[in-house]
Design a protein around this ligand. Structure first.
Ligand SMILES: [Zn+2]
Length: 115
């Protein structure tokens, strides 16, 4: 018997269509109506009827906002990591010279793109 939780939803917001594929599916999922790529939308969602435009607009807005949040979060994490590496480099350069220290400095410089 097919397990429905092994399927994920892809959505075309323009056509208000859901396409289900196995969670292992790796390719783009074209909308069966407009052929544009659907967006991946997870497993546990209750979608409104296609005619409920207001509800669909709300889902689309929420989706776009959550996507923007995750882009901002990734940016913030990169900045945070960079600051941590810069701080580590300053501390390493203050510490007594050793092979281990020099290798770590070289590694941190490569990570910072200043090697
Ligand atoms: Zn479509």
């Amino acid at each position: 018997m097919k397990n429905s939780t092994s399927n994920w939803n892809w959505i075309c917001f323009d056509c208000r269509i859901t396409v289900r594929r196995s969670w292992t599916y790796k390719n783009d999922v074209p909308c069966p109506r407009c052929q544009k790529n659907c967006v991946h939308f997870g497993t546990e969602i209750a979608l409104p009827p296609a005619a409920d435009l207001r509800a669909w607009r709300k889902i689309r807005r929420t989706f776009q906002e959550s996507r923007a949040d995750s882009v901002e979060h990734a940016k913030w994490q990169r900045v945070r990591r960079q600051h941590r590496l810069e701080w580590e480099l300053v501390e390493l350069e203050k510490s007594p010279a050793s092979g281990k220290r020099d290798r770590r400095i070289a590694h941190v410089r490569v990570s910072l793109g200043v090697a």
